[in-house]
Write a protein that binds this ligand. Structure first.
Ligand code: PBG
Length: 321
């Protein structure tokens, strides 16, 4: 007698019955960009179908997320004016905080409203923090600004603040500041293992980044995984409610190790370059968009991510229906 694992693959209902991993709209978070001063949405050339939204259109998108049953929305702001300290990030009238308020007013508790807590969209030099006299990113001075940014975001209505700058101690400083302001319920999603990745390329266009050089003194070396586990342990110890690995597809070993080890839910971010590669190949007729996207997201789930940030989020509910 031979073993016949194929028996369970003979038709779609059997395959579905024994599927070990399922995508569910509630696991998905849509990242969105809001541009200050826009009168109509502005397409992002390197990310087909993705736009910088106006304050009105971002609210429409948030309502679509609710209608599709998604888990959350992650907001990024693109200010008109940038300066050395990224002051637009902290200003309650800054584009991201205004957008958070509008979105939260529209969706209430029907969708988890998340905010990227990082200065790079707001600084004229494009770094994720402030610079010292030697033009190095000043870790502790940056943390103080992150703390104020997180408080402003929470006050604007963010359920979740998501520090993505990879400064040491950022989670602890943010948690302390939120608690001191009575914002105990604000959740921290820590970008714990964030790599200095070339897959962020299209995002730089999306937020009109002014970065010269790279982020290798704060984001991680793609060669490392032990270091990621250390970062995850530290962030959990500092009070992270969720931890994230980013990018996702080239780092599934890190996702798996994080899921194995973490006492809090693990998220993974399928970043701009991952999205755009699939779009570009599909536009050439080389791969099937829908099948490839669903396969990539299923694989990220299988590796152990409970939550996935993906620019495909609004399409997936129809694709898997
Ligand atoms: C930093 C941030 C970045 C992304 C999310 N948050 C850019 C960077 O670190 O260079 C990238 C997301 C993507 O590529 O989709 N605020």
């Amino acid at each position: 007698m031979i073993e016949r694992p194929r028996r369970l693959r003979q038709n779609a209902v059997l395959r579905s019955l024994v599927a070990e991993t399922r995508l569910h709209p509630r696991d998905l978070v849509l990242p969105v960009f809001v541009g200050e001063g826009l009168t109509e949405p502005r397409p992002i050339e390197s990310m087909p179908g993705v736009q910088q939204h106006t304050l009105e259109s971002v609210v429409d998108v948030a309502r679509q997320c609710v209608a599709k049953g998604l888990g959350g929305i992650m907001l990024f702001g693109v200010p008109l004016e940038k300066d050395a300290t990224g002051s637009g990030a902290i200003d309650p009238d800054g584009i991201l905080n205004v957008a958070l308020r509008a979105v939260r007013d529209a969706v209430g508790d029907d969708l988890v409203v998340m905010a990227d807590t990082c200065l790079d969209e707001f600084t004229d030099h494009g770094h994720c923090g402030v610079l010292d006299e030697q033009v190095r990113v000043d870790n502790d001075a940056t943390n103080e600004l992150y703390a104020r940014m997180a408080v402003a975001q929470a006050r604007a209505g963010a359920h979740v603040v998501a520090p993505s700058g990879m400064m040491d101690g950022q989670v602890a400083v943010i948690r302390e500041a939120l608690d001191a302001e009575g914002l105990m319920d604000t959740v921290i999603l820590a970008y714990s293992a964030k790599y200095a990745s070339a897959f962020f390329g299209p995002f730089r266009e999306a937020v009109q980044s002014s970065l010269q050089g790279d982020r290798r003194t704060y984001q991680q070396d793609p060669a490392n995984i032990v270091e990621s586990l250390r970062e995850i342990d530290l962030d959990i110890a500092e009070g992270a409610d969720l931890v994230m690995v980013k990018p996702a597809m080239s780092y599934l070993d890190v996702v798996a190790a994080a899921a194995e080890r973490s006492s809090v839910p693990v998220a993974a971010y399928q970043v701009s370059g991952e999205f755009s590669m699939i779009q570009a190949a599909a536009a050439n007729g080389w791969i099937d968009l829908r099948a490839t996207a669903v396969e990539s997201l299923t694989s990220i789930r299988r590796a152990g991510a409970q939550v996935i940030l993906t620019y495909f989020a609004l399409d997936v509910p129809d694709w898997i229906a």
